[in-house]
Design a protein around this ligand. Structure first.
Ligand code: NAD
Ligand code: ZN
Length: 359
């Protein structure tokens, strides 16, 4: 099986690269109704960065609070309908924030040109037409959403991405200055998403020289950032984390994630836990699958005084555990990669329930 994946068209990297955005947008401004839509994490409202947005007359700026819940289909549909009615079709969209904002920008780009509700397009290659130009600027690093070909949305029925070649950003700006303000706990959980992407990508059937090259380098960067002599949330390490996040994303694109992400999806879907935090909650109990990665992960937790909750499952009902196990079981591509083509001989709903009971 050969994967034929689309990569980001253009990437600019380095401190201060945020300010190249004006020049990057200039030629695109002639498209459609000649205005840009900026979607910005609410954290930046009133902060210095707001004053640096290259906003021109006619542009629309929306600040979105991503903390109450992960991006929904409803949010995307109403944003699209409202902007089309009041301003027309944008030349393009800029998303400035973490995985949540980047997914909103990616999804909105597609929904400006595809009719009906975004719920119709949750899945692989269901989108009918290319979206409008979209540019992503990560302000917290780790999920790899800046490079992935999916925009994860929670709908009334499912949490599933709009996944196709057109989802991928036309342009990404990686400016490590922007992640300096991320608080330590979020810096840790989100960075660990990269670490876990790499461990899972490496430990499975689909690992290959291409995915391995990215994972090996991203793991080395994570080891420097979280365990090295100069470990910590420093400017030098922020430079590295932005690159690690991108490379971790590329590694799993050419390989696959595994057991931790399957369990994490269950925690997010049934209990509403955030992706990166849910990964950490699950990963700490996966010594049977990722023994080497787990030793290192525990060292990182100790070094940065992170406290992960224990004994959570005592408060979960049998129904909740069964529902989470069903979500995880229904991700066959992850089990196939992690355990092998005969995974169903080894992994049952009961095996997965036992893993949740460890948490
Ligand atoms: P996020 O976007 O949810 O933001 C997490 C928190 O960090 C928020 O409180 C936000 O306000 C804050 N924040 C962001 N930048 C900051 C900064 N510079 N300073 C201070 N605070 C800042 O975080 P995330 O973990 O990057 O994204 C999670 C989302 O990404 C989930 O919705 C998940 O479904 C999605 N996701 C997508 C992919 C993909 O490939 N598309 C992959 C993994 C996860
Ligand atoms: Zn992840």
């Amino acid at each position: 099986m050969h994967k034929n994946f689309k990569n980001i068209e253009k990437v600019v990297y380095g401190r201060g690269s945020f300010d190249t955005m004006d020049g990057i947008l200039e030629p695109v401004r002639k498209e459609n109704d000649n205005f840009f839509l900026f979607i910005v994490d609410n954290y930046f409202k009133g902060k210095e960065l707001e004053g640096r947005l290259p906003v021109k007359a006619g542009d629309v700026v929306r600040f979105i609070d991503v903390d109450p819940h992960e991006p929904t289909t409803e949010l995307i549909d109403s944003l699209r309908d409202e902007i089309l009615a009041s301003n027309g079709l944008p030349s393009g969209i800029v998303g400035i924030g973490g995985g949540s904002i980047m997914d909103i920008a990616k999804a909105a780009s597609l929904m400006f040109t595809n009719e009906g509700s975004s719920t119709l397009y949750q899945g692989l290659n269901l989108i009918k037409k290319p979206g409008i130009y979209h540019l992503g600027v990560p302000t917290i690093s780790g999920t790899g959403a800046e490079v992935s070909m999916t925009a994860v949305l929670t709908g009334p029925e499912k949490k599933l991405g709009l996944k196709c070649d057109w989802t991928v950003f036309n342009q990404v700006i990686l400016d490590p200055d922007l992640i300096a303000s991320v608080p330590i706990d979020k810096w840790f959980y989100t960075g660990m998403d990269t670490y876990i992407h790499c461990v899972e990508s490496e430990n499975g059937m689909l690992n290959n020289a291409f995915s391995h090259a990215y994972a090996e380098q991203a793991l080395k960067l994570c080891q420097d950032i979280y365990l090295g002599e100069d470990a910590g949330h420093t400017p030098e390490n922020d430079d590295k984390l932005m690159v690690a996040s991108l490379m971790g994303g590329l590694s799993l694109t050419y390989s696959e994630v595994g057991v931790c992400h399957a369990l994490s999806y269950g925690l997010s879907k049934i209990l509403g836990e955030k992706h990166c935090y849910a990964n950490c909650v699950a990963f700490q109990h996966l010594e049977d699958y990722y023994p080497v990665g787990l030793i290192e992960f525990r060292e990182m937790i100790r070094k940065h005084n992170i406290e992960l909750p224990q004994g959570l499952s005592k408060n979960w009902t049998e129904e909740q555990i069964t529902a989470m196990a069903n979500v995880a079981y229904n991700l066959p591509h992850m089990w196939n990669h992690a355990v092998g083509p005969d995974w169903k001989d080894v992994i049952t709903i009961d095996t997965i329930k036992a893993l949740y009971r460890r948490m």
